[in-house]
Design a binder for this molecule. Structure first.
Ligand code: ARG
Length: 479
């Protein structure tokens, strides 16, 4: 059977995961509030605290428009995630959605791109953490880690130790159990929203409309490049759909949590962007490390305020690492269950109900780029991989309506199919904004993925093996 025809029915996916049952492998412990906190936990981090100044460098004060464009792309796609997450509440997120609609080959490539959206983004986010850790140390004790130990080779250092440390800490917490991780994530989500609101309150006291002109210094090209960078800060609402097997009442709670998250984050980011460029001229913000602390220090004329912001950023970014690593392990678990990656990824420890080996492998592998690759490279790769995944999810929502029109859906995309089609177009627009170097790197990454699928995934696919034994029944759950 050709891999394109290997489609795994939504019923089978749900049955295997036990999504409508209690008491299977993973534990169902998260309620709606915790799920929203988990979403915010996966979203608000390096992008807004560190990446904002890079977007300002591209777009100038028009960075506000960049943030709105990035938000629109996400909102369109969030509707599609909400429909699919409610209809197929499993742990595999977009990978599983693609398997149920577009076939195994596409699903594998989506899973492959998710290594960028999750794994590589863990590296990116961890690198951003180091910048604010240094800022925090500086304002607390007047000392920083030497550049050699806190920057990668391309950025004036040798190895990025803080980035490795934060990844190891997150792994430790994750293997202890999801209940502990969810509790820590909730506290951290509240802290980071509080700190960003505090930033806005302080920065708005120094708002000067002069800082907004010239508004779009680098024209539409600058705004587009800025939007592609700003997009990184919105990535993560889809992580909610990796928790499908650990949420209470997932069919109802997943779509609601996605909508709440994307709404809250969009409002928050637009406020932060306006506050930042109103308080300091775009030229002074552009490309500065730990820019939010810098602005607050200048406005309050002391280092205390900046220190508080740096503390918030350190907490915020650590929680992104935690949530995103969690997501990566759950996606690999789903792929492993399907035979597309080795079985070690699906093993759950009976003691802690967590995938221990899986978690340590993920931590070990992605600590390497965190230690030695510069931030902009890992950030751009994350962005393009995520945009590709999102485009596929918008297509999957259309495909599922055609293939399984009667499947129970707890949420339906409004104005169908206009929104998902617009979603695809916006994704392509932002992919365009990432620039040719990133396209090339991504192209090479995709070719490698296709190779791995042909040599490993395709041969070991459980769906493929089942079809070889009984070609007419490819959709029966394993006994
Ligand atoms: N799959 C993910 N949630 N990746 C993390 C994305 C990065 C996050 N939006 C940040 O700004 O730090």
């Amino acid at each position: 059977m050709s891999p394109l025809q290997r489609i795994k029915s939504p019923d089978l996916l749900v049955a295997e995961s036990g999504a409508d049952l209690e008491g299977h492998g993973l534990k169902r412990t998260m309620g709606l509030f915790q799920l929203v906190c988990f979403g915010v936990g996966a979203i608000v981090g390096t992008g807004i605290f560190v990446g904002l100044s890079d977007s300002v460098a591209e777009a100038g004060p028009a960075v506000v428009i960049s943030f709105v464009l990035a938000a629109i792309t996400c909102i369109f796609t969030a509707f599609s995630f909400a429909e699919l997450g409610g209809a197929i509440p499993v742990s595999g997120s977009s990978y599983s959605f693609a398997y149920a609609t577009l076939g195994e080959r596409v699903a594998f490539l989506v899973g492959w791109c998710l290594l960028l959206e999750y794994g590589v983004s863990v590296s990116a986010v961890a690198v951003g953490w180091g910048q604010y850790l240094n800022e925090l140390l500086h304002s607390l004790v007047g000392w920083q880690l030497p550049a050699a130990l806190s920057n990668p080779p391309g950025d004036g250092g040798v190895v990025n130790i803080p980035a490795v440390v934060v990844i190891a800490l997150a792994a430790l917490l994750l293997v202890r159990g999801i209940r502990e991780s969810a509790r820590a994530t909730a506290v951290m989500a509240v802290i980071k929203i509080g700190v960003l609101l505090l930033f806005c309150a302080i920065a708005f006291t120094a708002f000067r409309s002069d800082n907004l002109s010239p508004f779009a210094e680098h024209g539409m090209a600058g705004v587009t490049a800025g939007a592609s960078l700003a997009f990184f800060s919105y990535i993560g609402f889809d992580a909610i759909t990796t928790a499908g097997e650990e949420v209470k009442n997932p069919r109802k709670n997943i779509p609601i949590a996605i909508m709440i998250c994307i709404g809250v984050v969009t409002l928050l980011y637009c406020l932060v962007a306006v506050a930042a460029i109103g308080a300091m001229s775009a030229d002074d913000v552009a490309s500065k490390p730990a820019a939010l602390s810098l602005i607050v220090n200048q406005v309050t004329d002391s280092t205390l305020g900046g220190g508080i912001i740096a503390f918030g950023a350190v907490v915020a970014i650590a929680s992104v690492v935690l949530a995103v690593m969690y997501g990566q392990t759950r996606i690999l678990m789903s792929m492993s269950r399907d035979g597309l990656v080795p079985r070690v990824f699906e093993r759950v420890s009976p003691k802690t109900s967590t995938p221990v080996a899986n978690t340590w492998i993920v931590a070990g592998v992605f600590a390497v780029p965190a230690a030695v690759v510069p931030l902009d490279v890992v950030m751009n790769l994350t962005t393009i991989g995520t945009l590709a995944v999102m485009a596929v999810v918008n297509i999957a929502v259309i495909a599922l309506r055609r293939r399984n029109p009667d499947l129970p859906r707890s949420f339906r995309v409004p104005f169908f199919p206009v929104l998902p089609v617009a979603g695809v177009l916006f994704c392509l627009y932002l992919i365009y904004g990432t620039g040719w170097l990133t396209w090339l790197q991504f192209g090479a990454f995709l070719i490698l993925g296709a190779l791995v699928y042909t040599l490993y995934g395709r041969r070991n696919s459980r769906l493929g093996k089942a079809a070889d034994i009984a070609p007419e029944v490819t959709a029966r759950p394993e006994a």
